[in-house]
Design a protein around this ligand. Structure first.
Ligand code: PLP
Length: 400
């Protein structure tokens, strides 16, 4: 019979996927399910980006490219880092992969040996711990609850570092919490890292352009040049330019690391898609003004969802600084009983109830390593969000 390799046997199918499957099945049965689970913008890829892809096809750019990115795309990324982050990476300090996910995978596969520890604050994007495990490493999860703004603190970081620590993974703004690190939040963490020269820092800046109010996005390489010989700055076009399906992510970091990551890539995908790379050049070099309009549109939806959730007795939603997720506490729902006589024991029970009763699909905090919470992705229409909130409030009202 079939026997999976041990490197994947501890990795289950994600809860997000399972909920998606159930919600999809209910929809096909004709139930009016609203899915607030998707991790992608509801906007389309802008026309000038699509046009650049089409032109690349017509020029015959349909062959393998340079292993870790075309010279044109690397130049555009160098410009981006300089323009937006004040960082001066050389072309050999930049790598391009098939999504930021592959960049993370390349980085872990290239550096993590069996038993090496990787510090991941929770709640975290599920793939972090799974990728670390596939690479043979040991995820070291640190709970960062709402009282710390879902952010890692210097004390907790210091306490988690051991001689086996290889990396710390930080994500700002965060999927799933929407929490972001300002310069003053990063500073104490960077001071800790300065004292531990064997620990490397990977920062995932995927949601850089989706920030609200007066929050000022910063990235550690910009704040602490003394850490630059062990910092990998990861970013991508998926969320900013609504390009999730094009599969292009990139990073800037020390030359030796970038070279080692290319070795992994050379034996997995050979190179990112040629057409998608041409499109990404247009995304990074083209007009950037629509990013602000899109962020404003997300902000209206954030405000709607946060207000709607906080109006419900028993829910507690922190105002996120960025990304398009809310991560609400649902401790007040635990112990309550559904109209069918089921007791809500966990956040997963609460989310199952919302799907059954309100036909609204959301993801429990357990999927992101922190309970009792649930994540809403508000990258959907305001009309659908309003309807979902009305239904969630009604379903919560039916609990006793
Ligand atoms: N990092 C974070 C925090 C994400 O939420 C996601 C996608 O959900 C990714 C990285 C992966 O993005 P990509 O589409 O570039 O692989």
């Amino acid at each position: 019979g079939f026997r999976p390799a041990s490197r994947i046997s501890s990795i289950g199918v994600s809860e997000i996927l399972k909920i998606g499957v159930r919600a999809g099945a209910m929809k096909r049965e004709g139930k009016p399910v609203i899915i607030l689970g998707a991790g992608e913008p509801d906007f389309d890829t802008p026309d000038h980006i699509k046009q650049a892809a089409w032109e690349a096809i017509q020029r015959g750019e349909t062959k393998y490219t340079a292993l870790d990115g075309t010279p044109e795309l690397k130049a555009a990324i160098r410009e981006k880092f300089e323009r937006e982050n004040g960082l001066a990476y050389g072309l050999d300090e930049i790598t391009v992969g098939t999504g930021a996910k592959q960049i993370l995978f390349n980085a872990m596969m290239a550096t993590v040996d069996s038993g090496d520890e990787v510090i991941i604050p929770t709640p975290y994007w599920t793939s972090y711990s799974d990728i670390v495990q596939i690479s043979g490493g040991r995820p070291v999860l640190i709970a960062c609850d709402a009282s710390s703004g879902f952010r890692l603190t210097a004390e907790r970081l210091e306490a988690a570092i051991t001689p086996r620590t290889r990396w710390v993974l930080l994500n700002s703004p965060s999927n799933p919490s929407g929490a972001a690190y300002g310069a003053e939040d990063y500073r104490p963490l960077l001071d800790v890292l300065l004292r531990h020269p064997h620990v490397w820092l990977l920062v995932d800046d995927m949601y850089e352009h989706i920030v609200y109010d007066d929050f000022r996005f910063v990235t550690p390489a910009q704040l602490e040049p003394r850490l630059n010989d062990r910092t990998l700055t990861v970013n991508g076009v998926s969320k900013a330019y609504a390009m999730t399906g094009w599969r292009i992510g990139y990073a800037g970091g020390p030359r030796e690391l970038i070279k080692a990551m290319a070795v992994v890539q050379s034996q997995s995908t050979s190179c990112p898609s040629s057409v998608s790379q041409a499109a990404s050049v247009a995304a990074l070099n083209g007009p950037q003004d629509f990013l602000k309009d899109r962020a404003d549109s997300f902000k209206r939806r954030r405000d709607l969802v946060v207000a709607g959730l906080n109006a419900i007795d028993g829910l507690d939603c922190r105002v996120p600084e960025g990304a398009f997720y809310t991560f609400s506490g649902c401790a007040g729902m635990l112990g309550k009983v559904t109209p069918n006589g089921k007791t809500i024991g966990t956040d997963a029970d609460f989310c199952a109830y919302l799907l059954d009763d309100a036909h609204v699909a959301v993801v429990p905090g357990s999927a992101f390593g922190l309970s009792p919470f649930f994540r809403i992705s508000y990258a959907t229409s305001e009309a659908e969000l309003k309807e979902a909130l009305t239904r969630i409030a009604a379903a919560c009202g039916r609990l006793s």
